[in-house]
Design a protein around this ligand. Structure first.
Ligand SMILES: Nc1nc2c(ncn2[C@@H]2O[C@H](COP(=O)(O)OP(=O)(O)O)[C@@H](O)[C@H]2O)c(=O)[nH]1
Ligand SMILES: [Mg+2]
Length: 305
């Protein structure tokens, strides 16, 4: 089964991609084998992270990017990570509606993932999903996350480049500076620049970036809704993407691949450890209480695999 499924993924079959993602997400039997089978075909997609506080217009912007990349004839994959549960998720529904224009296009693959219920393994799950979509011959994979927590920052390490989306009148909002968003952006977008306060937000932002680090990043004003400033944003992203197949791109790939490996490894160690915690602590504790083994020895045994 996984042999033919792997072939179908590699040929770009959207239904096969969707099925494979379900298999790896649920850690079904054969998931690892499937990932092994597609491994040689992965590593070609440019992964673009898009993050920022809720409601800044990320999904609207992603739609605009999809339109443009499709016009270039490129295949696009979207992973929309949503904090709400898949059952009650209003925002998820919103994303679906906004992206609905692309559902009949074979060159676009969209997958929503709930960020809840992964108990720390979200990044690892995303890594597997990225590899499946990557192996299907997708040129660009966009990961949209709500940039409000450490988990989102972790996810963005998987991306080759990160776009942070903000909007006017956020000031030096605690959401922005506390969330670590100032450290991770290659490009900062002030979206909703059709609204008042965009210019002062740009100044604010430049100040915040300067405070956070010395690396320069690009700032661009956009209105995703009115489709304004999108050409300039595309130019900035394409500038980064054009380096992907050069020596500079090698560094992007190294950073992304090592982050992916670390996320996957962390998750597996954690799973193993948690499994062990279910079995042995009480038995070990009994021996500690009875002074059959020392406390230190018990801790050591707990972390031995
Ligand atoms: N005025 C204005 N509204 C926008 C713009 N982009 C998005 N919006 C609106 O902002 C709201 C949130 O957009 P959405 O894309 O779902 O934001 P997300 O939560 O960051 O993904 C929606 O009502 C959009 O129509 C824009 O450029 N200008
Ligand atoms: Mg969204």
């Amino acid at each position: 089964l996984s042999e033919s499924l792997a072939d179908r993924i590699i040929s770009g079959d959207r239904r096969a991609i969707a099925k494979a993602i379900t298999i790896v997400e649920n850690k079904e039997k054969g998931a690892r084998e499937l990932l092994e089978r597609i491994d040689r075909n992965a590593g070609k997609s440019f992964v673009l992270g898009i993050t920022g506080p809720p409601g800044t217009g990320k999904s609207t912007l992603v739609n605009r990017l999809i339109e443009r990349y499709r016009k270039k004839g490129l295949r696009v994959g979207i992973i929309a990570v949503d904090p709400t549960s898949p059952i009650t998720g209003g925002a998820l529904l919103g994303d679906r509606i906004r992206m609905v224009n692309h559902t009949t296009d074979q060159g676009v693959f969209i997958r929503s993932m709930a960020s809840r219920g992964w108990s720390g393994g979200l990044s690892a799950a995303i890594v597997d999903v990225v590899r499946v979509i990557d192996a299907s011959g997708t040129d660009i994979i966009i990961i949209e996350t709500v940039g409000i927590g450490q988990a989102d920052i972790e996810i963005m390490k998987v991306a080759h480049a990160t776009v942070v989306v903000l909007m006017p009148a956020m000031g030096d909002d605690i959401q922005v500076s506390k969330a670590g968003l100032m450290e991770i952006g290659d490009v900062y977008v002030i979206n909703k620049s059709d609204l008042e306060g965009a210019d002062s937000m740009v100044l604010n932002l430049l100040g915040m970036i300067r405070e956070a680090r010395d690396r320069k990043s690009m700032v661009v004003k956009v209105s995703a809704l009115k489709d304004q400033g999108m050409e300039e944003l595309m130019k900035l992203i394409e500038e980064i993407r054009s380096k992907f197949s050069t020596s500079e791109g090698k560094n992007m790939k190294l950073r992304s691949t090592s982050s992916m490996m670390v996320e996957a490894a962390k998750n597996r160690i954690l799973n193993k450890f948690e499994k062990k915690l279910k079995e042995s602590p009480k038995k070990l504790a009994e021996q500690v209480i009875e002074h059959k083994i020392s406390f230190e020895e018990a801790v050591n045994r707990l972390i031995e695999s």
